[in-house]
Each structure stands twice: as structure tokens, then as C-alpha cells.
Design a protein around this ligand. Structure first.
Ligand SMILES: *Cc1c(COP(=O)(O)O)cnc(C)c1O
Length: 401
């Protein structure tokens, strides 16, 4: 980029695994005057999004919408269901699971962590074994991250449900879907999840600022006797106000306009087509990585993420120096390595409002960045992705025809 230029032409390639690029349709939907959040027009908007978001979580029960980042919804999930000192079983899938655990400690509950090397999703057999040992039923909840955004590994939630049932254990199941909702198949009710945590700025294609708790009947009934202090996060006042589409405090009105549009867009494309599109973009990215000769961090193909791919740098090469080169020369933002894998890993986000050509462009930015930064690799990653796209039928298009 020239030193005396204050403008970069064309769209920035925001290829981090959230926030993701916000579609123009959503930007236009939120470009509205703020309305009275106690007035009749708001009630209609509130009902529209409160009902609509249930279809994305596949949850018949209430979905709470907070004006907060995903971290707030993590806290809400725990604060509404747990009492001081309660034991919860968490699984160290990566950085985000570790942050959720650190939060649990800070708010006065007692998490137990099943350790992992950050290269796969949670192992249901380990969860089952630990629950079977818990004869006195001290563990009140099992908390897992569906798509671990720091590693690109997915935990198969249906299998975790079966593990809890096989152990005959009454613990609640809580799942973080912040980087999978609207990108990777998710079924709150069918998988017997008690609290699902979601966020706005990843698969939902919205700006940051909203987060969600989708609830089961069991979560609602346990919440009645949970003793952790809570006020802002309390589900009861929210649910009471939400009945008519209102909120106990000023909601993020314009983000709710955006949310309504995002829900419509996901259904216009069809959720199954949205998931298939993400699968295809992930597959193309992995083919590019293999052609470059870069190792995929996720060791377990069943756990490959369709939201993002984390790649290991060749030994002796710094991921952040490479990311800086790619950004400066090609205006592409790639995800950094977080905590344990800082400097060793970079992440390519392929979630949200993305099409084949955006992915090809992003992969070209990576391939040219690798060359410019002097990172050893083979050429041909972009070609491998293009060959795959040209050969693979586009399910979205086929369905529309
Ligand atoms: C992004 C993310 C979070 C954190 O969400 P914030 O909106 O930054 O608070 C938590 N968990 C996962 C899996 C995420 O991807």
C-alpha cells in the first residue's frame, strides 16, 4: 500500500472466524430511525425476532436475546442455572473453552477440566467415564464448545448427549455455538441441549453486539432454585417481558432489525443449503492447505470445522509475521493463533456471507502472502480449490433451479 494513500480500494477481505462481513442487505435493514422500545411498533419487531431466532437454534422453548457480546451469554448460562460452589464438567477443546472455564471460576463455581491437546473436539467417551464415576451426582452441568474457534475442531453434540444418557447422569448440557450457529448443523431440541449460547457476529452475519441463550424446560426449572447472584442476566424478567415482544431494559433496537433480516436471509437460502455451502468452502480450504503442504491443526477429520480452518506454520516461521504481510499487501485479515498456539497457527475464516469466489480470493491472498513472507510452501493451493469448486455441484444453486 502506498504511504500517501488514505484509502484502500475494494472490499477488505475479513477472513477471520468472526466478526464476519456484514451483507449489504443487513446494513440497510438496520439503517432505520430508533423507535420507542415501549411502543406498539417495537412489540411487533420483538415478537418477529424472538420467534424467528428459535428456528435457527431449532428450539421450541424461549430464546433470550441479550444486548451483549457472546461472553455475556456464557455468564448468563451459568448464572441462571448454578449455585455457588456447584461443580461443572468442562472440556479443554481450546482457547474459548479455557475462557469459559476461567469465567466459571470467577463467578464462584467449580469447573473440572478434561485436558486435551487442542487438536480434536471433545471425546464423549471421556465425558461418559467421568460422569459414571460421579456416583453422588455432584456434577451439575457438562459444558462444551460446539465449534472451537481457536482450533477449527467441532465437538459432535449428539454424541455428547448420548454419553450423558449412557451414564444415566442428570447433569445439564450447555453448548457454546457462537461460531457455529448459522454455519454448521445445530439442533437444540433434538440433541437435548439445556442451554445453548450463541452470538451475532459470526454465522449470523451481524455486527457484534447481540448474544443468545436458548433454553430447555429442564434449564428453566433448575433456574428457579439456582442461587448465583444475577440481575441483568436473569431469565425470568426477560421471559416475562418477551411475551409481548418487549425487554426489561432498552434493547439493541437496530441490531434487532438486523437480526430479523439475517433470519430471513438464512431461510431464503435454506439452512441445509447454508450448511452445505460452509462444508464446501471448508473442503476447498483444506484442499488448498494440503497442496501448500501446510498441516491442518485439527487431527480428526470427523471434527473438521466448516466455519474455519486453522493451519500450522512450518517450524521457525511466525504466523503473525505472515499475517501482517498478507494484510499489508493484499488487504486480507486472517485469524491469529490464540494463547497456546500463538505464533504457530493462523486461521482462515470461511463462515458467514461467503461465496466460492470470495474463498478463492482469500486463498489467493494466503498463497501470495506465504510467498512474500518467505514461508516454505508449494504452489497450487488456489488451483486445488478452484478445481474442487469447478467439479463440485453447487447445492444452493441446484436447489434454486
Ligand atoms: C467468538 C467466540 C466467543 C466470544 O464471543 P465474544 O462475542 O467475543 O464475547 C466465545 N466462544 C466462541 C466459540 C467464540 O467463537
Amino acid at each position: 500500500m502506498s504511504q500517501n494513500s488514505s484509502r484502500t480500494a475494494g472490499r477488505h477481505f475479513l477472513q477471520i472466524p468472526g466478526p464476519t462481513p456484514v451483507p449489504d442487505r443487513i446494513l440497510r435493514a438496520m439503517d432505520m430511525p430508533v423507535i420507542d422500545h415501549r411502543g406498539p411498533e417495537f412489540g411487533k419487531l420483538g415478537r418477529r425476532v424472538l420467534d424467528g431466532i428459535k428456528t435457527i437454534f431449532k428450539c421450541a422453548g424461549p430464546v433470550i436475546i441479550y444486548p451483549a457480546s457472546g461472553t455475556g451469554a456464557w455468564e448468563a448460562a451459568l448464572a441462571n442455572t448454578m449455585s455457588p460452589g456447584d461443580k461443572v464438567l468442562m472440556y479443554e477443546t481450546g482457547h474459548f473453552a479455557s475462557l469459559w472455564k476461567a469465567m466459571a471460576v470467577k463467578i464462584g463455581i467449580d469447573p473440572e477440566f478434561i485436558a486435551s491437546d487442542w487438536r480434536a473436539g471433545a471425546d464423549p467417551a471421556k465425558i461418559e467415564a467421568r460422569l459414571r464415576e460421579d456416583k453422588t451426582r455432584e456434577i451439575k452441568a457438562v459444558c462444551v464448545v460446539h465449534n472451537e474457534t481457536s482450533t477449527g475442531c467441532v465437538t459432535l453434540i449428539g454424541e455428547v448427549r448420548r454419553a450423558i444418557d449412557a451414564a444415566g447422569h442428570p447433569a445439564l448440557l450447555m453448548v457454546d455455538t457462537i461460531s457455529s450457529l448459522g454455519s454448521i448443523d445445530y439442533r437444540h431440541d433434538e440433541w437435548g441441549v439445556d442451554v445453548t449460547v450463541g452470538g451475532s457476529q459470526k454465522g449470523l452475519m451481524l455486527p457484534p453486539g447481540l448474544s443468545f441463550n436458548a433454553l430447555s424446560d429442564k434449564a428453566l426449572s433448575i433456574a428457579k432454585s439456582a442461587k448465583l447472584p444475577k440481575s441483568y442476566w436473569g431469565w425470568d424478567e426477560m421471559i416475562a417481558n418477551n411475551k409481548n415482544g418487549f425487554f426489561p431494559y432498552t434493547p439493541a433496537t437496530n441490531m434487532l432489525y438486523a437480526l430479523g433480516e439475517a433470519i430471513d436471509m438464512l431461510h431464503e437460502e435454506g439452512l441445509e443449503n447454508v450448511f452445505a455451502r460452509h462444508d464446501r468452502h471448508a473442503e476447498a480450504t483444506r484442499r488448498a492447505a494440503r497442496a501448500w503442504g501446510l498441516e491442518i491443526l485439527c487431527r480428526e477429520p470427523r471434527h473438521y470445522s466448516s466455519s474455519l480452518t486453522a493451519l500450522l506454520m512450518p517450524a521457525g516461521h511466525d504466523a503473525d509475521a505472515f499475517r501482517k504481510t498478507a494484510l499489508e499487501h493484499f488487504d486480507v485479515s486472517l485469524g491469529t493463533g490464540l494463547s497456546k498456539v500463538a505464533g504457530k497457527v493462523f486461521r482462515i475464516g470461511h463462515l458467514g456471507d461467503t461465496n466460492d469466489l470470495t474463498i478463492v480470493g482469500a486463498l489467493a491472498g494466503v498463497e501470495m502472502g506465504l510467498a512474500l513472507a518467505g514461508v516454505p510452501h508449494r504452489k497450487g493451493g488456489v488451483q486445488a480449490a478452484m478445481d474442487y469448486f469447478a467439479g463440485a455441484a453447487s447445492p444452493a444453486r441446484a436447489a434454486a433451479e
